[in-house]
Structure formats: structure tokens, C-alpha cells
Design a protein. Structure first.
Length: 236
């Protein structure tokens, strides 16, 4: 079986090692005998997200986020359709914010979101930075956060996890990230998936299940990934 991995705006939204998430998904699939078709979606490109299996979008500097925000609205209807149909999305930092209802910058400029997550983000002068640890339904997640945007989940919106170390969505309510169907938003850079192989496999299993492949994933040796996570947990 061949799986399609789509990468949203890698030229503008690829910071703090985010590309490593794509590499991790590709390798963990290839090691199990699956073929990968890697597709890039840049500004101005036409793309049917319902035909993808996994879509990844990372973070970037504020100017990159401003550039992609307008283009992203062209895909609003199609992305929401893909989310409802169970396509797997992993959105980190900047694109996590833009997949909410709206993002208001620190100078008051309002960027419309896609509404995949029922959440709003407001820019602030506070910088939330450092290694972060979450408790989730898939066990502990370890990453690195660096953001000034504060995200508030509206009532009924599920979080990815609860913060045990670090700031999370806003530094005050203890929540981190958001989940909608098979779409996951988070502030965890690092990058996230190399240090969290169980979560990487959860994304893969969801993509395979949507395609009708219910085969149990062959176990892989994750000792190096676990060691990397433990080292990150010990750092400030």
C-alpha cells in the first residue's frame, strides 16, 4: 500500500526541527514495508486534502504565518471536509493557531482561521519557551515550545493533553493542544514525533484504518527515541 503524506507550506512554516515529523512518519512506514508519496503544498497550489492520508503543517516566524494565512483560506472548505472524513492532520504551533477560529496578533491584526479546532489565539508579550511534558491518552509526550500566542479552547473542545511541565496553550489553564476527529494541534516542536514514537504510530494507525488496513503495526526498536525523550525531560 502507498500512503500520501502532504506537507503544508514547508518554505514558510518549518522551524525548530518540524521537518523531522515528516521524516519520522516516512521512516516508520517504510520500515514496515509501506510505500510513501510525499507531496508539498505551497502558496498558490491546488490540492485535494481528502485524497491525502496524513497532512503535516509546522510553525514559522510571524511573517511566514501572515503570508500563509490568506492562502490557507482558499482551502477552508476542502480541509474541513477532509477533517470530517478522518484524514489525519498534525499541526504544530503557527498552523495549529490558524486551524482554530482566529488568531489576533500582538498588534491587534486579526487573521481568520479554518475552524477545525474550536479555539482562539491572541498574541502576547509573554514568551513561553522551554521543554514541555504532557500526559495524554497515548501516554507521555515530550517536546519543546516557543510561542507568544495564547490559545484558549472553547467549551467542548478537547485538548491533546494536560501539562505536567511547561506552559501549554496559554500558561494558565493546564491544557495543551487540541483534537478534532483525526486532527491534532499542538505547540510541541522538538521535533515532536522522533521523541514520541507511540504517538507517531497512533497517527499512522489512524491513517491505515481509514484506508481499511487493520493490520497490527510491526513493533520497532524505539530505545534511542525513548532516550532522547528522557534527556529532553531533564532539561529546563
Amino acid at each position: 500500500m502507498e500512503l500520501k503524506i502532504a506537507h503544508l507550506y514547508p518554505q514558510n512554516m518549518n522551524i525548530y526541527g518540524d521537518w523531522g515529523n515528516v521524516v519520522t512518519l516516512e521512516k516508520r512506514l517504510e520500515w514496515r514495508g509501506y510505500k510513501i508519496k510525499y507531496e508539498v503544498v505551497e502558496i498558490g497550489d491546488e490540492y485535494d486534502f481528502t485524497q491525502a492520508d496524513i497532512v503535516f503543517g509546522g510553525g514559522g516566524q510571524d511573517k511566514g504565518q501572515l503570508i500563509v494565512a490568506e492562502d490557507l483560506q482558499r482551502h477552508r472548505k476542502n480541509i474541513n471536509k477532509a477533517n470530517k472524513e478522518g484524514v489525519v492532520f498534525l499541526l504544530v504551533c503557527g498552523l495549529y493557531q490558524l486551524f482554530g477560529n482566529k488568531f489576533t496578533t500582538s498588534i491587534g491584526e486579526e487573521l481568520p482561521g479554518l475552524g477545525v479546532f474550536d479555539a482562539e489565539t491572541v498574541g502576547s508579550e509573554d514568551r513561553m519557551i522551554g521543554n514541555i511534558v504532557l500526559q495524554t491518552s497515548w501516554g507521555e509526550l515530550v517536546g519543546f515550545e516557543n510561542h507568544s500566542g495564547k490559545t484558549i479552547l472553547n467549551s467542548g473542545q478537547s485538548a491533546l493533553g494536560r501539562v505536567t511541565k511547561g506552559y501549554g496553550n496559554n500558561g494558565s489553564d493546564g491544557f495543551e493542544g487540541a483534537i478534532s476527529n483525526n486532527s491534532f494541534g499542538t505547540y510541541l516542536h522538538g521535533s515532536l514525533l522522533p521523541k514520541n514514537p507511540k504517538f507517531a504510530d497512533e497517527l499512522i494507525k489512524r491513517a491505515l484504518t481509514r484506508r481499511g488496513d487493520l493490520t497490527n503495526l510491526e513493533p520497532l526498536s524505539d530505545s534511542l527515541a525513548v532516550k532522547a525523550a528522557n534527556i529532553a525531560k531533564s532539561r529546563p
